[in-house]
Design a protein around this ligand. Structure first.
Ligand code: IPE
Ligand code: IPE
Ligand code: MG
Length: 237
């Protein structure tokens, strides 16, 4: 089946419908250069822009980025502030990019601890990009466990006494996206770190030692190539 992207009009056939990224290694990248961790986040934000553009060009239906976890508040205040500042700046300037690349932003996670200023910007971006096609989930103050508890509470509020797997999937923050086909983690650690716990059930895992600020558009292509060689059985033979 041939699909066409709105942004390029060229036929595309990306086997990965949904790719998810654990963008790890910003701090180590900065340290290697004798710079503070904040410097790594700045270049990490550049890598995010490149990868986002590439994924949308490839015609993925959904892309998820782990931006800030529920556990990342444990970091020094200065570092947390620098990440939130980069986010704030990005929210101010991303509108044109979303339009150009047909990208719809959905912020997943608990946004209640953020400043009213950031929350308003998030709401606005979601609203103005709602009619675009490529879903990009930005995981912000996101934790897989917190998402599961949130979903369970949503179902309780709906008065459900018994639920199905489909009910549960519908109550997750990612209900609009197909399940991730591949989860990519940069930075060399072999773990999930509380990311997409439910959704990862049958995701292919891809780990690379490359630190996130070094991750290029070509590296997305390489992960897609790698995906093509995976034999997915979903429990069958
Ligand atoms: C990922 O890079 C960015 C966030 C978690 C916000 P890190 O900041 O975790 O970088 P390392 O893992 O310490 O190198
Ligand atoms: C995972 O990276 C969270 C994000 C990429 C936002 P961490 O650096 O927080 O994960 P751990 O601490 O190595 O497990
Ligand atoms: Mg890390």
């Amino acid at each position: 089946m041939e699909k066409k992207t709105k942004n390029t009009g060229t036929p595309i056939d990306c086997p990965v419908r949904h790719m998810a990224f654990i963008m790890d290694g910003n701090g180590r990248w900065a340290k290697k250069r004798g710079m503070p961790r904040e410097y790594g986040h700045k270049f990490g934000a550049e890598a995010f822009r490149r990868v986002l553009r590439r994924c949308s060009q490839l015609g993925m239906e959904a892309v998820t980025f782990y931006v800030f976890s529920t556990e990342n508040w444990k970091r020094p205040q200065k570092e947390v502030d620098s990440i939130l500042k980069l986010l704030d700046q990005y929210l101010d300037e991303c509108e044109e990019e979303l339009k150009k690349n047909d990208i719809r932003f959905i912020f997943i996670g608990d946004r209640s601890p953020f400043s009213p200023q950031i929350r308003e910007k998030i709401d606005k971006i979601e609203r103005i990009s709602a009619h675009y096609t490529c879903i990009v989930n930005l995981a912000l103050n996101y934790g897989g466990r917190s998402e599961l508890v949130h979903a369970a509470n949503q179902l309780l509020k709906q008065g459900k006494e018994e639920i199905t797997e489909q009910d549960f999937a519908n109550a997750l923050y990612t209900s609009q996206s197909p399940e991730p086909d591949m989860i990519v983690r940069t930075g060399g650690d072999l773990r999930i770190s509380n990311f997409l716990l439910w959704q990862a059930a049958y995701a292919e895992l891809y780990f690379t030692d490359k630190l996130w600020p070094d991750f290029q558009a070509d590296d997305v292509d390489e992960a897609v190539e790698n995906f093509k060689n995976r034999k997915r059985r979903f429990g069958g033979v």
